[in-house]
Design a protein around this ligand. Structure first.
Ligand SMILES: [Zn+2]
Length: 294
């Protein structure tokens, strides 16, 4: 395990205990979260060695979702995925009508496939070999492993997306610099994150599925993410809630608590969380749109 000495956002050296939680979905190992006393970032500490983190990912999970899960859950999953794709694309269209997009953490490629079918030039970055192969074979997507990022020339993309990915990235500083470097001067970055100060996070506490330790290294709020963005001269120009996420995350959280009727309870808790959320800040998950501040 690696002990983090400096806050990943502000480099401060002091932090306080935030909570103790568990990897409820995979290893059942215990992990601690701490809160930076200077910038309030909540982060997992200590974290597994980089060479060990792969052991905490169930690499076939994505694929099982895609390979025709049947029944009511499969139908709902596909419907929600379709709505999510439409919503994501409608956000892009508010800022850019055409051009090039890089999706970092492109998974099995559905989002990039949706865009390439609409004449966008697409590129994916995905650490999972199985997911890369799935995207190539099924959608003919240009997708590479993470090391490819350093080969990309400056100012290449109109749009850069990271859907629930930044919280997994080991070298946050390097990744933020890369984002700024490969984005065109007038490009936009769209970053979606779980919100640690959301109503459902506060309701479920250590059982909140959005903590997802040890895979999530940073647990952002809108404020701490803004602090991070400013450090790299990125400006948040718009933000959107991901309302389905609170339902899904609440369902998983009830499962972590070993509650019966977890799906039904999850839907109810998720709806309650959406009602409680303040407009544009602390939904279960938020999408932030950023540009390079001039
Ligand atoms: Zn800090």
């Amino acid at each position: 395990m690696i002990e983090i000495k400096n806050c990943p956002v502000c480099s401060a050296t002091t932090y306080s205990k935030y909570l103790e939680t568990e990897d409820y979905f995979f290893s059942n190992e215990r992990f601690s979260l701490v809160k930076c006393t200077k910038c309030n970032l909540v982060f997992t500490n200590p974290i597994p060695e980089l060479s060990k983190i792969g052991d905490y990912y169930e690499t076939d999970k994505y694929l099982s979702h895609n390979s025709g899960s049947s029944g009511i859950i499969g139908t709902i999953y596909k419907k929600v995925r379709e709505i999510n794709l439409k919503n994501k694309y409608s956000i892009i269209l508010k800022f850019k009508k055409e051009g090039s997009v890089i999706d970092i953490g492109s998974g099995t490629g559905e989002f990039l496939n949706y865009l390439s079918n609409r004449k966008w030039k697409t590129k994916g970055i995905e650490p999972s070999k199985n997911a890369r192969e799935f995207a190539r074979e099924n959608y003919n997507i240009d997708v590479n492993e993470e090391s490819e990022l350093s080969n990309i020339p400056n100012e290449q993309f109109d749009v850069l997306t990271m859907w629930h990915v930044l919280e997994h990235v080991y070298n946050l500083d390097e990744r933020m610099k890369t984002i700024v470097r490969i984005l065109k001067a007038d490009g936009i970055a769209i970053i979606a994150l779980p919100m640690v100060d959301s109503a459902d996070s506060l309701q479920f506490g250590k059982y909140w599925a959005g903590l997802d330790v040890p895979r999530h290294l940073y647990h952002f709020s809108a404020n701490t993410f803004e602090t991070l963005a400013k450090k790299y001269n990125l400006k948040i120009i718009d933000r959107y809630p991901m309302k389905f996420d609170s339902l899904y995350v609440s369902w998983l959280s009830h499962q972590a608590m070993k509650h019966s009727l977890s799906l039904l309870r999850g839907v109810l808790s998720g709806l309650k969380s959406n009602l409680k959320a303040n407009k544009n800040s602390n939904y279960s998950s938020m999408i932030f749109v950023l540009n390079k501040s001039s």
